[in-house]
Every structure is written in C-alpha cells, then in structure tokens.
Ligand binder design. Sequence first.
Ligand code: PLP
Length: 439
Amino acid sequence: MTLTKTDPQIAKLILAEEKRQKEVLEMIPSENYASAAVRSALGTVLNNKYSEGYPKKRYYQGNKIVDEVELLAIERAKKLFGVPYVNVQALSGSPANLAVYVALLEPQKDKIMGLSLAFGGHLTHGQPQSVTGKFFKSVLYELGKDGRLDFAAIEKQALKEKPKIIVCGFTAYPRIIDFKKFAAIADKVGAYLLADISHIAGLVVAGVHPSPAPYAHIITTTTHKTLRGPRGALIMVTAKGLKKDADLGKKIDSAIIPGIQGGPHDDQTAAIAVALKEAATPAFKKYSAQIVKNTKTLATELTKFGFNLVSGGSDNHLILIDLKNKGVNGAIAAYALEVANIVVNKNGVPFDTMPPFYPSGIRLGTPAITTRGMKEAEMKKIAAWMRRVIEEVKNEKLPQDKEKRSNFLKNFRDRANKNKNLLQIAKEVKTLTGKFLIP
Ligand SMILES: Cc1ncc(COP(=O)(O)O)c(C=O)c1O
C-alpha cells in the first residue's frame, strides 16, 4: 500500500514540505539537502532489524548483513577523517556528546568546559539547561570582545577550573578553529580535548578547514549538516586519544550501549555509509570549497550594505549578523525574511543583552544553497534581497515592555504576511530557486 493511500494526510504534508524546500532559500547553516542516494538508503528494510551490540558481537541473531553495513560505515569514516576508531551508532549529535561524557566522567564530580550557548556553544557542551550540565559539573567559557576565541582567557580559566574535558567546535562560530591552541591548553591541564565538528565536518574532510585529528582525543560530528548525510552522528577516537587511553574506544562503545541507547538505526547507518562515500569524492571537495567562497562573497556584500557581522566576516559556512545597528530585532528579521522566502534563524550575538527568544541577531549559512549549485552571483542577489527585507521592517520596533512583546510579534506577523514588498521579494526568490534543482 502506498503512503498516499494509507495516510493521505501525512503524504500531503510531505509533498507540501517538499514544495517549501524547493521554493525557499534554505539558509539555516545546520541544514542541507541529502542526496537521493542517501535518502533511498533510509526507510529501507534495514529499518526492520534489531542489532543491539556491535558487529560480530550482537545480542540478536540475523545480523550478518547489518554487520557488513556497519563495518563499511566504520571503515569509510576512519579513512575519511584519518582516525583509528569510530562508533557510528549515536542516533544524533546530542547523544553522541552525551556518550563521550558518560564514557569519561564521573557524574557530579568531573567537569566539562565548553563554550557558553550565548556565545555560540551547543546545549550539549555543558549548558545548565542540558542534561550535560545537570548530571556533570560544567564551566563555560566566552568569546573575546572581538567575537573570536580568546585563548589567553580560555587557558587561564582551564588552569583554574581543571576540567576533565574541554570542548571545542561550535554552533554559531564563523571563524577557523585553531585546534592546535586548544590542544596545548588541554594537554597543559591534563584534560581530554573533544572536538565537536558537527557544523564543519564537510569542510574538514574536504580540506577547507583544518582537521582536529592530530590534536583532539575525541571527535564527534553530526552527519546531516555540511557532511550532507542522514540525521545521525559519528564518535571518533584519534591516535592521540588511544595513546592517552588505549580503552577509549571501548569505553565509548559501552557508553552508547548499554549506557544510553538500545538498538542502532541500521537504515541510518547505511545512509551514513553512503554519505561518507559521497564525501570522499572530488565533487564533494569542490562543493565544500564553493560553500566557503559563497559565504565570503555573501559576507562582503552584506558588509557593503552596512550589516555588522560578528567577528567582521566568515571563514566557514556561516555568518552571524548583529542587527543592533539596523534597529531590527532578530526575531522580527527572521520572520520577515521567511515571508520573503529566505529562511534563516534568529540568534544571540556575543554579549547580547536580549533574551534568546528575542535575540539581537540572525545566523545564516550557505551549505544547502550551495548544494543546489548557487555561486557568487546568487550570493550578491541574496545580500541585496536581505537589505530590502531589513529596510522594509526597520520601523517595527520590539516593545521595551516585556509583557507587550508577544502580542506585538503576533500583530507584526499579520502585517508581514500581507506586506506587498516582502511578498514581491518572495516572488523574485521563487524565480531564482526555480532555476536551481535540489539533487
Ligand atoms: C556543535 C553541535 N553539536 C551537536 C549538535 C546536536 O546535534 P543534534 O541536533 O543532531 O542532536 C549540534 C546541532 O545543531 C551542533 O551544532
């Protein structure tokens, strides 16, 4: 029975989402379009299997073929990232990071040191709202006034706090990460260095961002961002990691199962293997280099229009815009841009005085639009549209009175939905996106 016959409601919603993804400029930096090959490995008969355990050491029978799938994914990841040990079973990036902590830390005793969420760190880097900050001790570092990593301050804090794990690799950081400097600090205080390269993994394997493999002990990454695979994650132990603790791989495997998960999602594992094969091609290298070129062009154009970019620009796939000088709140900007078919997310900026629901900035990136084949010429058009959108809403002032904000936002949305200039831009965007197919 086809989906349309069994569940027309869900089938219709999937088609509507497909249409949305085709029409808009998808510029949330953590999103991408997985290839048809990756997607066709998902939702296959591999979904039907239970395979708790690891290849050749399963709790259930019938896993000969699944073993081959998982071993292939592991081998490809080892080769692509240049690491000796890989676990491919974490269901996503958050459980991957949690598994590392479960493997290495004693709850309520050992400490994680990660970048504060307000400065671009991830929830799972020890934030108090996350289980990683509730079950383990944590201390958070911040960026310098220039929006960049301040290694002198990080070192000072690490020496004082003596964390057992230092986390580098971020969610909203537009610059190259100097893994060597992080390693020097971690080594000095005897900490494990965890590089969470979820955002930049595709850039790393393509050689357009330095690799943490020589410097970190453990590397985690999601597989669905710049790596362009299915939702999922990899946990990798480097040669340096195995040198520090020969059992590190085994500890991580046990943290995944029986520690925090049960059976792996075998169709997801197969799709990860496919994505890793794709990421090893020259075409993928070219794609990743184009992501960086596109972001740089977009950053230059936005700067020409008076946009204030955190850290002054970008070296990777993402841009963080501080909108304070434009007098437009991030929540207002993100909504107006969506009406104009440009999808980004509202985001805090370093030293933001506004709360996360009404932050001062927006975050955007080029991985998905680069997958569609867009290049520098399109980036220039996008910057010009963004300027028009922000100009259009510059008089929409978020009330100082917190009580009045939600009602204001509701009314603003109604106004934006009917705004002729925003709808005109939406039409122009649709004409452009119509020319760039989703592979
Ligand atoms: C740096 C980083 N680590 C981990 C994650 C968590 O991944 P997931 O959403 O798959 O749990 C994210 C997600 O955005 C991320 O940016």
